[in-house]
Design a protein around this ligand. Structure first.
Ligand SMILES: Cc1ncc(COP(=O)(O)O)c(C=O)c1O
Length: 383
């Protein structure tokens, strides 16, 4: 029977093949996964054993108590002033991104995305029959948008929004307040939505995370996406949310009724509990990520894979051009011959070619062993 063209055109993520290979061959060291390796914080593990009243749907926007707690969190942590009614809880932030795109884009309208970018954006834009427009973010600009290039990519009346992702997957870049202000100016001048994916807001090392939704005059045009997945090591619970202006959240709520109806009640209750955790749980995870980051960046550079020190998230994005121009071939060789799984940069966009992404959401000693293997493997090749 017929499968839609839209579905057939969706790219098949190489990441799935890599993770399948890792599953089959236990000798492989995986630097591929995009999820924290930490256990669920102990108070949440205990809470799950006794949580009650989880068998009913919640309202499609999510539990009122959770939205109220998030409204306070957004004010305190992100300086975003948003009423609980202007927050929608979703099954992961990925669902929120899709609902926001569904709610704001008509067929063939354009959305600007960074290249390289998180795999989910392009497919989500295409799923709503809109068009992604890639703007390169280059190593020489610390993988941040160049405001002039960004402005030039906007077509009057056709371009409806810009996706920003700081801290970034796959590059680890963190946008400065100044850059966010420049992006805001472009959005205001061209009447654009800003879709601000802040999945890694809690995982920053050197710079402070700034939410573009907190900047003057932006509250009517910014959709802020955050999640419990990365900061709290809660990927499997599938709880994310979006904060935005009333017309957007109303539209997303409507669409939500026709997708998952509401996120899991159990997961929302655990998320509410997570918001009351002592900051030391997140701080200790970030401290460990920093320790791994410092080591992996040093090792990659000494191997000849030039790597900028990421300022957030848990990924390095290394330049492989000393060895290869083909990131798929290179990653395949590392997987099959060195038994280390990394993700080819081209998986994240044309401009990601010539790079590989390593995740350091993996135990320290495994990262070290992975680096030893890559070093040994590449040592056989002449630079
Ligand atoms: C940049 C970015 N945004 C969003 C997501 C989706 O996360 P979730 O749906 O678990 O909230 C991910 C997951 O890897 C991500 O890396």
């Amino acid at each position: 029977m017929h499968i839609s063209e839209r579905e057939r055109d969706l790219p098949k993520a190489v990441l799935n093949d890599i993770m399948n290979a890792v599953e089959k061959d236990k000798s492989i060291i995986s630097l591929g996964a995009g999820e924290p390796d930490f256990k669920l914080p102990k108070p949440l593990q205990d809470y799950i054993k006794k949580v009650k009243d989880i068998n009913h749907y919640t309202p499609s926007g999510g539990l009122k108590e959770l939205r109220e707690a998030l409204s306070k969190k957004l004010m305190k942590d992100n300086k975003i002033n948003v009423n609980p009614d202007n927050i929608i809880i979703t099954s992961g932030s990925q669902e929120a991104i899709l609902l926001a795109l569904t709610s704001t884009l008509d067929v063939s309208e354009r959305v600007v995305v960074p290249d390289p970018c998180y795999l989910g954006y392009i497919s989500a834009i295409e799923l709503v029959n809109a068009s992604p427009v890639s703007v390169p973010v280059n190593e020489d600009c610390d993988f941040c948008f160049d405001p002039d290039k960004l402005r030039r990519s906007v077509l009057p009346r056709k371009t409806k929004g810009i996706i920003i992702n700081s801290p970034s997957n796959p590059t680890g870049s963190v946008f400065s307040k100044k850059l966010l202000e420049q992006i805001s100016d472009i959005a205001v001048d061209n009447d654009l939505w800003i879709y601000s994916d802040e999945a890694y807001e809690k995982i920053v090392y050197d710079k402070k995370h700034v939410s573009i939704g907190s900047l003057n005059g932006m509250s009517d045009r910014v959709a802020t996406f955050q999640t419990f997945s990365k900061g709290y090591s809660m990927c499997g619970f599938r709880v994310g949310y979006c904060a935005g202006p009333p017309n957007l959240i109303r539209a997303m709520n409507k669409a939500h009724t026709y997708t998952s109806i509401a996120p899991s009640t159990l997961s929302q209750k655990v998320a509410l509990k997570a918001l009351s955790l002592s900051p030391r749980y997140i701080n200790s995870m970030v401290k460990e990520y920093r320790r791994r980051r410092d080591m992996i960046v040093m090792r990659l550079n000494s191997i000849g894979l030039h790597t900028i020190k990421p300022e957030g998230a848990f990924y390095t994005f290394s330049n492989i051009q000393n060895y290869s121009k083909d990131s798929f071939r290179f990653s395949k060789d590392l997987l099959n011959k060195a038994k280390v799984a990394v993700v080819p940069g081209a998986e994240f966009g044309v401009n990601g070619e010539g790079y590989i992404r390593c995740s350091y959401a993996t135990e320290y000693h495994k990262i070290e062993e992975g680096m030893n293997r890559i070093d040994k493997f590449l040592g056989k090749k002449t630079l």
